[in-house]
Design a protein around this ligand. Sequence first.
Ligand code: NAD
Length: 507
Amino acid sequence: MKHESIKLQSLHHYVGGRRIEGQGGRFGDVYNPAHGAVTKRVPLASREEVGQAVALAAEAFPAWSATPAGRRVQVMYNFRDLIRLHMDELAELVSSEHGKTLDDAKGSITRGLEVVEFACGTPQLLKGEYSASVAAGVDSWSMRQPLGVCAGITPFNFPAMVPMWMFPLAIACGNTFVLKPSERDPSCPLRLAELMSEAGLPDNVLNVVNGDKEAVDTLLTDPRVQAISFVGSTPVGEYIYHQGTAHNKRVQALCGAKNHMVVMPDADMDQAADAVLGAAYGSAGERCMAVSVVVSVGDGPADRLIEMLEPRLESLNVGPYTDETAEMGPVVTPDAKAWIEGYIAKGVDEGAALVRDGRGIRIEGHEDGCFVGATVFDHVRTDMSIYRDEIFGPVLSIVRVDSYEEAVRIVSEHEFGNGTAIFTKDGDAARDFCDRVQIGMVGVNVPIPVPLAYHSFGGWKRSLFGDHAIHGPEGVRFYTKLKTVTSRWPSGIKDGAVFNFRQGGEH
Ligand code: NAD
């Protein structure tokens, strides 16, 4: 399939409960990565178009926030059923624009679905606290109220899950929402918004505008937007955090990662090798919780791991999502492929040992596809760019250290602090690691320690800017503000006096 032979499908925005054609005159390319060809064009919203979506969301806020929480979550129950019903269609939208296998796409939609299920419980989560008689005749109570218009800016790698980390909870809490998904794979988020309408959400409560920096900058500076949830790369997230907070918004910006898996000499190596295979190469390494560094304590684990990975990687089936047997798909665009291959070249120049080279992989019938094969570097040093930078592809670096202490130190000193894991049979070492390591999400013999929806997800250091992790209890706190009421009522009952409204005897 050649680029020129494909008729480009035009995408749209979803505003006010309907599809809206872009008026801004600018468009972005959406690829089918399995072919490396542009198949759709997405409108890039102008300032005016984003402003219009924000205006409608602001208009919808008073009525939606006044809707009882129990009624608001009925929409989430319906939405959950619709996602299940449309699972195959949604997965196809994800895979055809992102490239990941259908199983992987379904897995990620299911993770998002779990947040929708969590959002069904918001009436319970919004309950406040109450203290009777803090002084004579005085009671004190607190409640959590929604913020207003919230915005979400999301990355390409999870076009279903990451938007669902945000809008279901924000909306269930009584906010209205403007989503600006990644312009690289916008079809699934657009479809999710349609399903929210079908689930009974009033028009204007959820709007999706496609766009790039211009759309994001509009959201960051519009005074009607109260809060921004961002997930994406660190340079962009840091910019969004500073711009958003400078404009008095609440911001949570979840960013880049370099997740280390420490393998101790006593680890179960079968378990560790299987874990590395899934965690480093699943979704072609385009996961913020992917393992991109193995820290081998002593030479034993590294030597054994390479030996055990070799046959596993040899038989790893790389292919398009349309091939049901494919275990790893392409990366997202030709640019992403060039970026990853550039890092493989840098690793060689910097002197790392290239154990397995994923460049030049050829998939029959998909010769122009954005495929990069599984790559392994050994003897990586911490001053190399392949160690320091987030590559976001199927490239694993193995770093050898002499001691457990050195392992804890290098993991903790890395600028990113999203996830890490330790593989060991030693409970003492595992406990010490969990306690001391400077990372937000930690696994013990679990390579990708992603918290479930009812916990909160978030890294430390330059992997998260802001005070709140996403979804779970922290998500509820992020999308609501606390109000505390102290009230005194004249208490004349002990004097025999009664209030007027009780005199009729009805109360
Ligand atoms: P990205 O930062 O390029 O884009 C994210 C969003 O920001 C997109 O919607 C994009 O349109 C917008 N954007 C891009 N450049 C911008 C600019 N200059 N100004 C304003 N907005 C801009 O990220 P990506 O490549 O789509 O996604 C991959 C990154 O996301 C990786 O770094 C990955 O680690 C990270 N990520 C992090 C998490 C997490 O939870 N920490 C989860 C998923 C992905």
